[in-house]
Design a protein around this ligand. Structure first.
Ligand SMILES: [Zn+2]
Ligand SMILES: [Zn+2]
Length: 484
């Protein structure tokens, strides 16, 4: 076998921790790693195709089709348009037998207003709006690279088990995965692994906040604000009264509750009593029950505000996700795998790119820190929210991050778009694919780990184990980005 020196180094580093309780080097892991490496070029090309043609939530038609093509050509059986979402798909490979089903997630949507060239300085792309500011082009390509290698390893070794890729649209505010969970698409899955682009390499498992979000639309009566104010009923008054009550509510909710709003329509002209006004609200807390309770009180405040101002109010829920249920058994499997692969090393040109890009930050970690893997921690308290949360409520789930971005880069920034479209992003995604593939092989060859992960999942989920989605709207908001 002819391996590049770096790959050989990775494989050797892997050998020791690869098989817990055994002295046998992780031969399967070396094999799957070389298969990931074999597809490094096409993986980067797939990432670039998505990056050059960024598509917004539920509009990812070309991205989804390309992803499915790359999976079909590797022998995956693809079911597309699942759960009422044209761009969602489930791809399956392997022969289940008595083996587990391991699913990898693949997000694909871009963000509006984030177009940026693959340059280390702010460079909007003329005529383009969207950009891959969350690196989902890498997310998609890395998960597919890992899944292809795992499928080949399953097939070549005659191993029992199934690997799947879930093409999950509209992560950015569309709650795509929630509709897939609700449709039962994860019901026969044993383990879900995922990853996310980042400025660091880490398999730390963190919780996230559950949330409910939606728009309160007030309707009043327009009138001349000076000549006939008594004939008007201000919808903006409704919004302001509601916001006032929400701000008083803050003192009387459980610690750790987050309530935030934006007035998304406050009227247009001060000399017209606004007939329409709108506030967009989020309520978040670690505990979904608190979110439900506080949101119900917020809805009561909206109704009270409408009553008091002589207006009417309607509510449309837009999002609702559960918090992440961490899994330490799976987290440690991912951490071992990630440590075997290591961090991202830069060529001189990449180091130069990184240093130049970092000049746009007030302060940033050393460029060289991209090579480090962060210490593992479990049960960190995260303050973000993600629709992976709902997946983790029904299947043992864990994820990792790799340094696809220059250290110090926040998600949803032009700096994230820039690195996601060049070799630094490709390297990070290749490391993610390698770590996911190694972790999957460890799980396929050590069924006791899958059983332990399930036991931990059931213990954490507790007696009240029925999944109840926080998102109550019937159909996916397929047009939510068309309105932007
Ligand atoms: Zn994002
Ligand atoms: Zn993201």
């Amino acid at each position: 076998m002819r391996w590049p020196v770096a790959l050989l180094g990775m494989a050797l580093a892997l050998a020791a921790p690869a098989c817990p309780g055994s002295d046998r080097p992780g031969a399967g892991q070396e094999e799957v790693l070389s298969r990931v490496q074999d597809w490094a070029g096409p993986q980067a090309a797939l990432a670039d195709s998505l990056w050059k043609h960024p598509e917004l939530g539920y509009l990812e038609h070309d991205a989804s089709a390309l992803m499915q093509d790359r999976l079909r050509e590797a022998g995956f059986r693809v079911e597309s348009g699942v759960a009422g979402m044209p761009t969602a798909f489930v791809a399956r490979a392997g022969r289940r037998g008595s083996g587990p089903v391991i699913a990898l997630l693949a997000e694909m949507d871009a963000l509006p207003g984030m177009a940026q060239a693959a340059e280390p300085v702010l460079s909007p792309v003329p005529g383009q709006d969207a950009g891959h500011a969350c690196g989902h082009n890498l997310f998609a390509a890395g998960s597919i690279g890992a899944a292809r290698a795992i499928a080949q390893w399953l097939e070549a070794g005659g191993h029992e088990g199934e690997v799947r890729v879930y093409g999950t649209p509209a992560e950015e505010g569309g709650s795509g995965k929630v509709f897939m969970v609700r449709a039962g698409l994860f019901d026969d899955v044993d383990v879900v692994l995922h990853w996310h682009p980042s400025g660091t390499n880490s398999a730390t498992q963190a919780t996230s906040l559950a949330n409910i979000s939606g728009k309160f639309r007030f309707r009043g009566t327009a009138a001349h604000a000076a000549i006939a104010p008594e004939r008007g009923r201000s919808a903006l008054d409704g919004v302001e009264a509601m916001n006032h009550m929400a701000n008083m509510l803050r003192e009387h909710v459980p610690d750790g509750t987050r309530i935030h709003y934006a007035i998304t329509d406050g009227g247009r002209a001060p000399n017209v009593v606004p007939a329409a006004a709108e506030a967009y609200y989020y309520v978040r807390h670690r505990d979904a029950r608190v979110v439900r309770d506080v949101f119900a009180r917020l809805q009561a405040a909206a109704e009270g505000a409408a009553m008091g101002t002589g207006t009417q109010v309607g509510f449309e829920q837009l999002g609702g996700v559960h918090g992440l249920l961490p899994n330490d058994v799976l987290g440690r499997v991912l951490d071992r795998a990630l440590r075997g692969v290591g961090g991202v090393g830069y060529s001189p040109a990449e180091a130069e790119f990184a240093k130049q890009l970092q000049q746009s930050f007030d302060r940033a970690p050393a460029v060289e820190s991209a090579i480090q893997v962060e210490p593992y921690r479990s049960d960190e308290h995260g303050l973000a929210s993600t629709d992976v949360g709902d997946v983790s409520q029904v299947v043992p789930t864990a994820g990792l991050s790799t340094a696809t971005w220059v250290p110090g880069t926040p998600a949803h920034s032009w700096q994230a778009v820039a690195a996601s479209g060049m070799s630094i992003g490709h390297k990070g995604a290749l490391n993610a694919a390698s770590a996911l593939a190694i972790a999957a092989v460890e799980l396929f060859t050590h069924p006791e780990l899958v059983a332990q992960a399930r036991a931990e999942f059931e213990e954490r989920r507790g007696a009240d184990d029925a999944y109840r989605p926080l998102l109550e709207r019937e159909a996916p908001p397929l047009d939510y980005r068309r309105l932007d």
